[in-house]
Design a protein around this ligand. Structure first.
Ligand code: DO4
Ligand code: MG
Length: 278
C-alpha cells in the first residue's frame, strides 16, 4: 500500500515504512495526475529511501482544493440527528435523506480553512454542544476518479444544527471546523468493508470518549457520492469529499478546549488534533 505525504519539506511516498521524495512542481501537479499511484510508486525506484519523516512537519493533503461532505450516510448519524432536531420538526428530513436516492452533500471548507495533523480545531463560541465527526475522506481527481483516501474530522455544533436544519452551514462551516490528514492512501478501488474507523477523545490524561465503526455501516457506495458531487459541479484542481460519520458520542458529551481528538482508519493512519482554547 502506497501513501503520499505533503510536508513542509516537500512530498514523500511511503510503503512499508520506507519513505522517498516525490518530485513535483506543486501539490496541484500531483492531484492533477490521474495516474498518481503509479507516478509515486515509480519515484521509489529512483529516489533514496528514508526510514522516517522525522524533523518534518506534516501538512494537510488539502491545498487549494475545496472540501465537501456527505451526511446521514450511516444509520447512527440518521438516528442522532432525528433525536437532536425533534423539537424543530427536523426528524422527517433526516429519515427521508437517509432513504432517498439523492444523498445529502454540503460544502464544508475551502482549502485555506483546513487544519492539518496536530493543528488546532475549534468549537464555536456560540455553541453549547460540539462534537468531532470522524469520516473517511476521498481525494478525487478533476475527472471524478478517486485518487486516494484520507481521514477527515467534520467538527459540528449539534445544538445549532438541531435548532433548525437551515442552520446547518453555521453548525458545520466556521474557522477551525475541518481537519484532514495525515496522508493519502493511494487506492482507487473500494476499501474493504471491514476497514475500521476509530476515535478517542482524551481529556486530562483520560479517555472522555471512545468510539468505533466500520465501512460495513456506510450505506452508500463511495462512487455514488462522487457521482452526485460531480453532477453540475467541476473541480479543476481536484476535490476532497468527507463520506459522513458513523460515530456520534452519547448526547451528554460535548467537546471542551484542550481535548485531544485522535482518529484512526485502517491502512491510512492517525489524524490527531487538539481543541483550541477559543
Ligand atoms: O445533516 C447533517 C450533517 C450530517 C453529517 O455531517 C454526517 O452525517 O456526517
Ligand atoms: Mg459529518
Amino acid at each position: 500500500m502506497v501513501r503520499l505525504y505533503r510536508t513542509t519539506d516537500g512530498f514523500f511516498g511511503e510503503e512499508r515504512n520506507r519513505f522517498w521524495r516525490v518530485e513535483a512542481a506543486s501539490w496541484e501537479d500531483l492531484l492533477g495526475d490521474a495516474d498518481l499511484h503509479n507516478r509515486v510508486s515509480a519515484e521509489s525506484q529512483r529516489a533514496e529511501l528514508l526510514e522516517s519523516l522525522d524533523g518534518m512537519t506534516l501538512l494537510s493533503p488539502v491545498s487549494t482544493q475545496e472540501v465537501w461532505a456527505a451526511g446521514v450516510t450511516y444509520f447512527r448519524s440518521r438516528s442522532a440527528r432525528i433525536e437532536e432536531s425533534k423539537d424543530a420538526g427536523g426528524g422527517t428530513f433526516y429519515d427521508r435523506v437517509y432513504a432517498a436516492d439523492r444523498p445529502e452533500l454540503f460544502f464544508k471548507a475551502s482549502g485555506r480553512r483546513v487544519v492539518g495533523p496536530l493543528g488546532e480545531v475549534r468549537i464555536r463560541r456560540d455553541a453549547r454542544w460540539s462534537v468531532p465527526e470522524p469520516e473517511l475522506t476521498l481525494a478525487i481527481h478533476s475527472s471524478g476518479k478517486i485518487l486516494g483516501y484520507t481521514i477527515g474530522n467534520d467538527m459540528s455544533s449539534r445544538d445549532i444544527e438541531g435548532e433548525n436544519p437551515l442552520y446547518l452551514p453555521q453548525a458545520k462551516v466556521y474557522d477551525g471546523s475541518c481537519a484532514i490528514g495525515p496522508c493519502l492512501l493511494l487506492e482507487s478501488g473500494n476499501l474493504p468493508k471491514e476497514t475500521a474507523i476509530g476515535i478517542k477523545i482524551e481529556r486530562n490524561g483520560a479517555h472522555a470518549y471512545v468510539g468505533q465503526t466500520t465501512l460495513k455501516e456506510l450505506k452508500r457506495p463511495v462512487a455514488e457520492l462522487v457521482s452526485y458531487l460531480f453532477r453540475e459541479n467541476s473541480f479543476p484542481e481536484g476535490v476532497f469529499l468527507m463520506t459522513g460519520t458513523g460515530i456520534v458520542p452519547h448526547d451528554d458529551f460535548t467537546l471542551v478546549a484542550g481535548d485531544r481528538i485522535v482518529i484512526t482508519i485502517d491502512n491510512i493512519g492517525t489524524l490527531e488534533n487538539q481543541v483550541a482554547s477559543s
